[in-house]
Write a protein that binds this ligand. Structure first.
Ligand SMILES: O=c1ccn([C@H]2C[C@H](O)[C@@H](COP(=O)(O)OP(=O)(O)OP(=O)(O)O)O2)c(=O)[nH]1
Ligand SMILES: [Mg+2]
Length: 158
C-alpha cells in the first residue's frame, strides 16, 4: 500500500491514534472521545481527539464501519464526511442511530468510524454549449434496471 505522511496533533492526549486494523485496509479507525447513548433515530456529533494537516491534493473521508452499521444501525449522517486539507480543527463525526427501537451505547475509545485518505483534484469547470454524446446519455436512477419495484414507492418514476 503506498503511504503519505500526515501530520497529526492530539486534542485529547489519552485516546489512541487512528490506526489501520489490517495491512491492506483503506480506512484508519477513529474513536469517540466521549461516552454516549444514541437513541433510535437520533444523531450526535462526537470528537475523535485528533487534528490533522493533510498535504495539498489530499482529502480525508469519514466513513461508517460496516460491523456497527449491520449490528446496531450506527452510521454517519453526512457519509462520507469530508476533511479538507486546510482543516486544522478536531475531526468530528456526526453519528446516527438508524435502528428503529434500540439505543446504541458507545464508550470513550470505541472505534466508531474510519478515515480514508485519498488524492483529490480540483475540476476546472468550463461551460460549453453541448456535452459530448455517451452510451449512457441522460439515463440514471435505475435506467439499467436490475431491481424490483417495491410497493409504497417514493422517489422518481420510470
Ligand atoms: O465529518 C466531518 C466533516 C467535516 N469536518 C470538518 C472538516 C472539514 O474540512 C470541515 C468542513 O466540512 P464541510 O465542508 O463538509 O462542511 P460545511 O458545512 O460545508 O462547512 P464549511 O462552511 O466550514 O465548509 O469540517 C469534520 O470534522 N467531520
Ligand atoms: Mg464546506
Amino acid at each position: 500500500m503506498p503511504s503519505v505522511e500526515v501530520l497529526l496533533t492530539r486534542i485529547d492526549p489519552d485516546v489512541p491514534l487512528p490506526s489501520y486494523a489490517r495491512p491492506g485496509d483503506a480506512g484508519a479507525d477513529l474513536v469517540t472521545t466521549v461516552d454516549v447513548i444514541i437513541a433510535p433515530g437520533q444523531r450526535v456529533t462526537v470528537g475523535t481527539g485528533i487534528a490533522i494537516a493533510l498535504p495539498e491534493g489530499f482529502a480525508g473521508f469519514v466513513h461508517p464501519r460496516s460491523g456497527l452499521a449491520a449490528k446496531a444501525g450506527l452510521s454517519v449522517v453526512n457519509t462520507p464526511g469530508t476533511i479538507d486539507s486546510g482543516y486544522r480543527g478536531e475531526i468530528k463525526v456526526c453519528l446516527i442511530n438508524h435502528d428503529l427501537t434500540t439505543p446504541i451505547s458507545l464508550r470513550r475509545g470505541d472505534r466508531v468510524a474510519q478515515l480514508v485518505v485519498q488524492r483529490v483534484e480540483h475540476a476546472v469547470f468550463r461551460e460549453v454549449d453541448e456535452l459530448g454524446e455517451s452510451r449512457r446519455g441522460t439515463g440514471g436512477y435505475g435506467s439499467t434496471g436490475g431491481h424490483q419495484v417495491l410497493t409504497g414507492s417514493a422517489g422518481t418514476e420510470d
